[in-house]
Design a protein around this ligand. Structure first.
Ligand code: ATP
Length: 244
């Protein structure tokens, strides 16, 4: 049976004024994979991710996410769609004046009619899924280490039980040990919750150990799409840089 496609980018063109960032970018992300957006600095990885989650609009092409072309989606469709994915931005962005439990509970409070006691239970469960102990619930972001903050951010992105997760540079700013532990957590989440994960990363270890497939952006186009095994066979000197 063919694996369903969760995201398909077709001939995406993006420009900021005269500055063309993507000029005909196409790729597919399949259900259940951990997919990477790679490329040199300024190649347009984050912009592509922002286009998938409707924070930015491509100039032309199609960006089909969970069956909807997000470039032409109505406001109502867009609002519903946003509840079907979770996002963890590079700088975590936890609300500093709220406890960790309150941070995790925000989306549930806003988008569901679930009673408060159940939201609290569910939030504690999300914390446990990402490997944080219950005592963290009453703490504030400033009291947590970088790795714990990332985990709390991840717990928050899981609040509405999304089947799709977007992560922007998830291991940046973490020490090597925390970064590898976070990598393992991503794989565990995919294996246990069945989420599809899309991430921007520069991290060579993440690339080798976590990603099932990835694209490499360069010269405004997709220079490579496939697995690490496939990349190892490349003779292209520019692409080889992603192996070392
Ligand atoms: N809102 C914006 N207005 C103007 N230019 C922008 C905007 N957002 C991004 N750019 C430009 O688009 C290009 C791609 O940026 P983007 O952040 O997507 O690259 P990236 O591959 O994620 O880079 P990095 O790895 O350095 O984070 C850059 O040249 C950037 O300056």
């Amino acid at each position: 049976m063919k694996t369903p496609v969760i995201i398909e980018a077709k001939e995406i063109v993006t420009s900021f004024g005269d500055n063309v960032i993507h000029d005909g970018v196409s790729f597919k992300i399949q259900k259940g994979e951990i997919f990477g957006l790679l490329g040199g600095s300024g190649s347009g990885k984050t912009t592509l991710l922002r286009e998938m989650i409707m924070l930015q609009k491509a100039h032309s092409g199609e960006m089909i996410v969970l069956g909807t072309n997000v470039l032409t989606a109505s406001q109502k469709t867009a609002q519903k769609l946003r509840q079907r994915w979770g996002v963890l931005f590079q700088f975590g962005a936890l609300f500093t004046s709220l406890t960790i439990l309150e941070n995790v509970a925000i989306a549930m409070k806003e988008y569901t009619q679930v009673p408060d006691w159940l939201i609290e239970e569910a939030s504690l469960m999300k914390l446990s899924i990402v490997g944080l102990p219950p005592k963290v619930a009453t703490m504030y972001p400033s009291e947590l280490s970088g790795g714990m903050k990332k985990r709390a951010g991840l717990a928050r992105s899981l609040a509405l039980d999304p089947k799709l997760l977007f992560l922007d540079e998830p291991t940046s700013g973490l020490d090597p040990q925390s970064a590898r532990a976070f990598d393992e957590l991503i794989v565990t989440l995919r294996d246990t919750l069945g989420v599809t994960v899309v991430m921007v990363t520069h991290d060579k270890d993440t690339m080798a150990n976590v990603l099932d497939r990835f694209i490499i952006l360069g010269n405004k186009k997709v220079q490579f799409e496939g697995t690490m095994e496939l990349l190892k066979q490349t003779t292209d000197e520019e692409l080889k840089k992603f192996l070392s």
